[in-house]
Design a protein around this ligand. Sequence first.
Ligand SMILES: O=C(O)c1cc(=O)[nH]c(=O)n1[C@@H]1O[C@H](COP(=O)(O)O)[C@@H](O)[C@H]1O
Length: 224
Amino acid sequence: MSNPIYLAIDTPYLDNAQALANSAKNHIGGIKLGLEFFCANGHHGVHEMGKIGLPIFLDLKLHDIPNTVAKAVQSLNMLSAAILTVHASGGRAMMEDAKAAAGSNIKVVGVTVLTSMDDHDLNRVGVEDNPHDQVRRLADLASEAGLDGIVCSGQEVKTAHQRWKDGFFVVPGLRPAGSAVGDQKRIVTPRQARDDGASILVIGRPISAAENPDEAARAIVGSL
Ligand SMILES: O=C(O)c1cc(=O)[nH]c(=O)n1[C@@H]1O[C@H](COP(=O)(O)O)[C@@H](O)[C@H]1O
């Protein structure tokens, strides 16, 4: 079994990102670069991180009209990322065009309901369904649009996996027992997410903020 852990590297500093990835690289399966890193370092930064030799998950959560998202995806293809995110709430046409624009080796996955949101937060943006139902709705839409999978919390991944047998399920919002929760609201342990059908586990601060990131990553691998 390959290592399912993608280390979320959320920093604007390329040297810090390289140091963190290099320190934990023997106990992770990939590197996730998000908006904080990409806005500061762009294509050059992604190229440099690629030299570490692990698959790159480019988490840019694209969300715009279909034409704009498709053109943005085309501009990212040269980076040879393994995984790319768009917001599923951008709609079916946007997801279809994103997938059509992506290189054949990139998995395009739809972010459903951010793990930092609970029922109340969803209601405040006009969604009356609870996170579970909204994830199910957006997972069905992502599947219809031809995406490879979705991003959801570990609280929904079991149901999503049952409905979409060959879907690819990215699960963030993971906290080993006893670690700081921070801004996340729908959390489970890495082990729980894995058991419930997560394809990959996105983990940031429980590793990056640890005194010894390599040791923290190794301990999480051991818990799976
Ligand atoms: O798409 C994501 O990766 C993502 C979706 C989501 O719903 N929640 C979420 O936390 N993430 C990302 O997963 C990472 C979680 O980081 P930690 O909370 O530090 O483990 C961050 O880089 C977030 O941008």
